[in-house]
Design a protein around this ligand. Structure first.
Ligand code: 2BA
Length: 109
């Protein structure tokens, strides 16, 4: 068995969950926060058989989109704040960051 851990953008979570449930996968959604942007994102846990991992990845690929986001860099601590001019920088976020892990055992009690 495998555990798929997918970090997705909040805008994609609803469609992704709908498609997973439609395809009869079991999933759990957790609210999470990205370390770089410090903004909310969603982490979805999906436990499934090894042979179905590619199906899950295909659903994630179909439903999660790459988006660009503007980030304002923080001023450096050593510079006086009024001498620092920062231009917002574009970063690409998503479609999804996916980890596929081995599961030793699944117990439902
Ligand atoms: P964040 O950490 O908020 O990162 C958002 C996006 O900012 C990233 O998109 C990446 O394009 C950019 N970024 C991140 N760190 C950067 C840095 N040091 N310098 C420049 N740009 C940087 P994604 O790669 O699509 O990641 C989306 C979210 O997935 C991340 O949100 C984080 O919550 C998670 N994530 C990504 N890689 C991860 C990893 N190796 N381990 C754990 N979580 C990860």
């Amino acid at each position: 068995m495998k555990l798929i851990l997918a970090i997705v953008q909040d805008k994609d979570k609803r469609r992704l969950m709908e498609e997973l449930v439609k395809a009869e996968f079991q999933a759990t959604m957790l609210a999470s926060t990205g370390g770089f942007l410090r903004e909310g994102n969603t982490t979805i846990l999906i436990g499934t058989d090894e042979g179905k991992v590619e199906n899950v990845l295909a659903i994630i690929q179909r439903t999660c989109h790459v988006r660009e986001q503007l980030v304002s860099p923080l001023p450096p601590v050593v510079e006086p704040v009024d001498s620092y001019i920062s231009a917002p920088v574009k970063v690409q976020v998503g479609g999804a960051v996916v980890f596929v892990l081995d599961v030793e055992r699944l117990v439902k009690i």
